[in-house]
Structures are given as C-alpha cells and as structure tokens.
Design a binder for this molecule. Structure first.
Ligand code: G1P
Length: 296
C-alpha cells in the first residue's frame, strides 16, 4: 500500500454522556492518567509513522488546537523554576510545525459527515481514521499493527480493526461479516451499522481504527442518512466494498470504549497500572479501597 501519511481525528462530538464534566471542556480532553484522550490517540498515530494530523472539530473545541501548540508563558515559567523534566515532556510531544490541520464539522450529522468535512485536507491518498473515544493498549499500537498487516495486502485495500464483544452490546457498534482468514487478517464479507443482535453477521465489531482509500470521500458526498438519522461511515464503506477489497484485523491489545463511563474509568486504572512511576502507589490505594468496601 502507498505510504500512509495522514490521519483524521473526528473530535466534534458533544460528549453528553460525560456532563457536567464536558459542559465547558471537550470530552477529548478528559485525562487518562496525565494525558488527554486525544493525546493518547495522536501518539498512536505518530508511532505508526503518521506525519499529518487532521482534526475535525466543532464549536467550543478550541482548546484541542491549543493543546497541540506551544504555551510560551508556561514554558517560560517552567524554565525559570528549573522544571526541566516537565518542559522536556512539553517539547518532546509538540507536533512538527505545519503538521496539524483543523477543520470544522458545522453540524453533528454523523461520523461519515465528519470524515467528508476533511476531504480537502485528505486529498487523493489513503488515510487513517482514529476515533478518540477508543483507546487500544498494547506495546505496538493498533494503527501500527494495521500498517504491518497492510504490507501483505493489495494496493487498494481498506482495513478496519475489529474485536469481539458480548452479544448484548453488539447493537451499539458497526459489525462485520467474516470471510477467508489468513492469520489475524480476514476478508470482510459485509458490514452493518448498529444491527439488532439477531441480525448481526458476527460478534466482531468495528473498533474505531480504519485505513481507507480516498474514493470513500466521493461516496460520502452523496451518502444518505442511515442508523440514528446520521450519515454513517459504515454505509459508505459498504458502497466502497463493491469496488475495493475490505479486510478486518483482529488486533493485539485491550480496547477501552472511553465514550462510556465504565470504559473511561477502566482505561484510567489500566493505564495507571502500566506506568512504573505510578503503579506501586496506585495498586496499594486500590487494595485499600477494596479492603474497605469488602470489610463493610
Ligand atoms: C462509531 C462507528 C461504529 C463503531 C464505533 C466504535 O459509532 O459508527 O461503527 O463500531 O464508532 O466505537 P459511535 O460510537 O460513533 O456511535
């Protein structure tokens, strides 16, 4: 496959499930340990070799743009106070000048519409799409695993990351049909967005990581509204799958749906326990809390 240079991050969602935390702050800025959700996902893309980061934002999301810029006043203060380590973190993580772009989705018309809003920035090349609600924890990031898999596939391949979910949650996601398998990769035979449990083609769902060919953008331009009255990316992918191959990758790692409170809290616990500087103290606190509760 042509080298993947660009990644799209749809960050226009309202975050109603996290009110009042998200009343004045975008949900993508909620921290998992000490990094905003969006930073975790941008890191995953950067680790996979992405060079251009395209954010589809909305009203009241300006702070995301600020997060990926310098904060000169803060840098000066850290320097004066000789907080070298904190300053290093900020400088190390700063995107290259000119490597971020921001466009707006003016109305919440769905994921497909959000991707279409980035069409001018994507241009005519394959691109990655990462949904910042979903974190995948593994030593090799999910997108990097997908790029590894793409190396074995044809030029025009579209690839989506998939995972199993319990039957009672299947109707919350896009679901894929499974064809010929080779290792962790398989041919996708069908897709459906948020099907009722009995109509789901499998228990494998779209996790929120995609590698897509640019032809999806033309389809999205005229895509009708689908499930939930929204312009669904999954419906456009179904249309594209008539002319281009689609593959699923059963990635390695644990995913957290941080769009839900439980997923978000679980991500915090799991990421904290994976941090050598925090894990020992945090584990002791959890033990204490559980002992307290169990002793009641
Ligand atoms: C979106 C996609 C869905 C996918 C999910 C992953 O749904 O439309 O196919 O399974 O993300 O989180 P949403 O969560 O926006 O309803």
């Amino acid at each position: 496959m042509q080298r993947l240079r660009k990644a799209v991050f749809p960050v226009a969602g309202l975050g109603t499930r996290f009110l009042p935390a998200t009343k004045a702050m975008p949900k993508e800025m909620l921290p998992v340990v000490d990094r905003p959700l969006i930073q975790h996902v941008v890191d995953e893309a950067r680790e996979a070799g992405i060079e251009h980061f395209i954010f589809v934002t909305g009203r009241n999301k300006g702070v995301i743009e600020d997060h990926f810029d310098r904060q000169l006043e803060l840098e000066m203060t850290l320097l004066e106070r000789q907080k070298r380590a904190a300053l290093d973190v900020l400088q190390r993580e700063l995107p290259e000048p000119g490597s971020t772009s921001f466009t707006r989705q003016q109305e919440p018309l769905g994921l497909g519409h959000a991707v279409w809003c980035a069409r001018e920035l994507i241009g005519q090349e394959p691109f990655a799409l990462l949904l910042p609600d979903v974190l995948v924890q593994h030593e090799r990031g999910c997108l990097a695993q997908m790029i590894d898999a793409a190396a074995e596939l044809d030029e025009r391949a579209n690839i989506v990351a998939v995972e199993e979910v319990p039957a009672e949650r299947i109707d919350q996601y896009g679901v894929v049909g499974v064809g010929t398998q080779k290792g962790k990769t398989f041919v996708i035979t069908g897709m459906v967005e948020k099907p009722p449990r009995e109509r789901a083609p499998s228990n494998l769902i779209l996790t929120g990581r995609y590698i897509l060919q640019p032809e999806i953008l033309k389809i999205l331009a005229t895509q009708d509204r689908g499930a939930g009255g929204e312009i669904q990316l999954t419906d456009a992918m179904i249309a594209l799958s008539r002319t281009q191959p689609f593959y699923g990758l059963k990635f390695d790692g644990v995913s957290f749906d941080c769009g839900s409170k439980i997923g978000f809290l679980a991500a915090n616990v799991s990421y904290a326990l994976a941090r050598p500087d925090i894990a020992p103290g945090f584990r002791a606190e959890i033990k204490k809390i559980l002992a307290e509760i169990n002793g009641r």
